[in-house]
Design a protein around this ligand. Structure first.
Ligand code: SF4
Length: 64
């Protein structure tokens, strides 16, 4: 699974980072960025939960 955060949409609420800090972290502009090139299967559930929790739908799954 590969994820992308659209930083034009992200409002930096931190929800995805709270849910799945293994995959998301704040960048230097306090927006979320994906720190894993590829999300391992054991993290897919929490990464998917983070996608669904994003209030502005800024996280896209770019590859299954
Ligand atoms: S949950 Fe969405 S809006 Fe909030 S920090 Fe993550 S990507 Fe940005």
């Amino acid at each position: 699974m590969k994820l992308v955060v659209d930083k034009n949409i992200c409002i930096g609420c931190g929800m995805c980072i709270d849910i799945c800090p293994e995959v998301f972290q704040y960048d230097d502009q306090d927006k979320s960025e994906v720190i894993k090139e590829k999300v391992e299967s054991e993290l897919e559930d929490s990464a998917g939960e983070a996608c669904e929790a994003c209030p502005v739908d800024a996280i896209e799954i770019s590859e299954e």
